[in-house]
Design a protein around this ligand. Structure first.
Ligand SMILES: Nc1ncnc2c1ncn2[C@@H]1O[C@H](COP(=O)(O)OP(=O)(O)OP(=O)(O)O)[C@@H](O)[C@H]1O
Ligand SMILES: [Mg+2]
Length: 420
C-alpha cells in the first residue's frame, strides 16, 4: 500500500466482527445504547475505515489492500468470471442503468470461491466514459464492505482490472422502489398503504443505522431508485458512492462539494455545501411525500408550480381535509386516514427549512412504527370530489390566470450528479 505522509495510519480490519440483528459489522466497534423503540434493532456505534485510508493505494496495489482489509468478507472476482455469468454483460441480463453504469443479473455458484453461497447477484459495471469513476467505486467497496445491516444491500464482492471497476451485490428480486411507485410497465398493481409504511420504516432504519456510527455516515443520495426491495418488500439502501463520513457527534457538519439528485437534496446543503445527517432527513421527507402522493420529487412534464414535489405538496400536509386531494390515486382510497395524516405531518417536519426542526431518524422510526396497526381505512369510491389530476390542472390554470409567480424550487437547482 502506498500511503503518503498525510494519510491516516491504517490497520487492516481482518475478521474482527460484531453483529447487529444477527448480521456482521466490521471495524472497531463499540456498542451503544439505542434510542430506538423496543422492537427495533439496536444501533451500534462503530468507527469505520475511511476512503482516505485507501485512496492513495495505486491501482496495482488496490486489490491487495482490499483483500488485506476485508479478508474473506468480500470476494475479489475476475472480470472473466463476471463476463461468464452475464453472457458478456448482454442486454438479456440487464437489470437497469444509472449514473455508475449498467447493472446485470448473474448467478454465482459455490464452486466459484470457497465459502461463497450459490445465489443470484446484481453486477454493476462502471461506464468508463461515464460520470462516475474509481472514487465512487472505492467509497462503495470501503463502506459497504464494512457495513452489514438488514436494511443495507449486501456487497458480495468487487472487481478491479485495469480501468474496469465492478461491484457484485446480493440480488434484490423486486428491483427499486422507484420502479414500483412510478413505472407503469410490467408492474400492474400499486403498492398498498401497509407496504408503503413497511418500506418507509425499513429505509428509515437503514438511515438510522448509518447515522448511528461514531463518525456518522451521511448517505447523501437517499431517493426511491436507491431503495431496493426484497421479495417480501423488505427495503435495503444501495449506492454508497456519494456517502460521506461525518465528524464525530451527529450535529456537526462537513462542508463539501454539492452533489446529489434534483429534488431530494436539502436546501441548506444546496446553497452552502454544509452537510449533516439532517440533510438525509430532508431527503427522507421527500421520499415520504413520494410514497403519499405517488408523484416524483421533480416532474418536468407538469406545469411550473407542480414540478417540485416539496413546493407543491407543502400546503396540503397539515390539514386532513386537504391531504386527501394529494393522496396517490393508485391507492384507490385504501389507506388509513389517521396514518396518512401522521405520515404527512412527519414529512412536513422532515422537509423543514431549518435542519434543527427536522426529527432524528430514531424518532421517525418510532412515529412510523406506531402507525402500522391503524385499522381505519378510507373508502374512496365516490368520495373524491374531483380527481387530484383535475385539481392539479385547475390549480395550474388558476395560477396562470392570476399571473402567480412560480416560486423557484428551493432545492437542487444545480446539483452535479457527478462526483470528483
Ligand atoms: N442489487 C440489485 N438487485 C436488483 N436490481 C438492482 C440492484 N442494484 C440495482 N438494480 C437495478 O438497477 C437499476 C439501476 O441502479 P443504479 O443504482 O445503477 O441506478 P439508479 O439508482 O437508477 O440511478 P443513480 O445512478 O442515480 O443511483 C435500479 O433501478 C434497479 O432496478
Ligand atoms: Mg442507485
Amino acid at each position: 500500500m502506498t500511503n503518503n505522509e498525510t494519510s491516516k495510519p491504517w490497520r487492516p480490519f481482518g475478521s474482527k466482527c460484531c453483529s447487529a440483528d444477527g448480521q456482521t459489522i466490521m471495524g472497531n466497534m463499540r456498542t451503544s445504547k439505542s434510542d430506538f423503540s423496543n422492537n427495533s434493532s439496536p444501533i451500534p456505534s462503530f468507527r469505520l475505515l475511511s476512503f482516505s485510508d485507501l485512496s492513495h493505494s495505486s491501482s496495482t496495489h488496490i486489490n491487495e489492500d482490499l483483500a488485506q482489509s476485508f479478508g474473506g468478507d468480500l470476494y475479489d472476482f475476475k472480470l472473466s468470471e463476471l463476463r461468464a455469468i452475464t453472457q458478456n454483460f448482454s442486454a438479456d441480463y440487464l437489470l437497469g442503468e444509472g449514473g455508475f453504469g449498467t447493472v446485470h443479473k448473474g448467478f454465482v455458484d459455490e464452486k466459484l470461491r470457497q465459502g461463497l453461497k450459490a445465489q443470484n447477484v446484481a453486477i454493476k459495471l462502471l461506464d468508463v466514459q461515464g460520470r462516475q469513476g474509481h472514487r465512487e467505486w472505492l467509497v462503495e467497496v470501503i463502506l459497504l464492505g464494512q457495513l452489514r445491516y438488514p436494511h443495507l444491500v449486501r456487497l458480495i464482492g468487487y472487481c478491479c482490472e485495469e480501468e474496469q471497476r465492478l461491484l457484485v451485490y446480493e440480488f434484490m428480486p423486486r428491483g427499486s422502489l422507484e420502479n414500483h411507485l412510478f413505472k407503469r410497465t410490467g408492474i400492474s398493481t400499486s403498492l398498498p398503504w401497509g407496504t408503503r409504511l413497511k418500506i418507509a420504516i425499513g429505509a428509515a432504519k437503514g438511515l438510522a443505522f448509518l447515522h448511528g456510527a461514531e463518525n456518522p455516515v451521511i448517505y447523501r443520495d437517499f431517493k426511491t431508485s436507491n431503495i431496493l426491495l426484497h421479495s417480501d418488500f423488505t427495503p435495503k439502501l444501495s449506492d454508497f458512492g456519494l456517502a460521506k463520513l461525518g465528524p464525530e457527534g451527529s450535529d456537526t457538519q462537513v462542508t463539501t462539494r454539492v452533489m446529489g439528485t434534483y429534488g431530494y437534496a436539502a436546501p441548506e446543503y444546496v446553497s452552502t455545501g454544509q452537510l449533516t445527517t439532517k440533510s438525509d432527513v430532508y431527503s427522507f421527507g421527500v421520499v415520504l411525500l413520494e410514497l403519499i402522493t405517488g408523484r416524483r420529487a421533480v416532474e418536468k412534464s407538469r406545469c411550473k408550480n407542480e414540478q417540485n414535489l416539496v413546493d407543491w405538496a407543502k400546503p396540503y400536509l397539515n390539514s386532513s381535509r386537504r391531504l386527501r386531494y394529494i393522496m396517490d390515486q393508485r391507492l384507490g382510497g385504501q389507506y388509513s386516514v389517521k396514518g396518512a395524516k401522521q405520515v404527512a405531518h412527519l414529512a412536513f417536519q422532515c422537509i423543514s427549512l431549518n435542519p434543527k426542526d427536522r426529527p432524528r431518524m430514531p424518532t421517525v422510526i418510532e412515529t412510523l412504527e406506531a402507525l402500522l396497526h391503524c385499522k381505519d381505512m378510507a373508502v374512496s369510491c365516490g368520495q373524491w370530489p374531483v380527481s387530484n389530476t383535475k385539481i392539479g390542472a385547475a390549480n395550474c390554470r388558476a395560477q396562470t390566470r392570476k399571473g402567480v409567480q412560480n416560486k423557484k424550487s428551493t432545492s437542487a437547482n444545480s446539483i452535479p450528479r457527478k462526483t470528483v
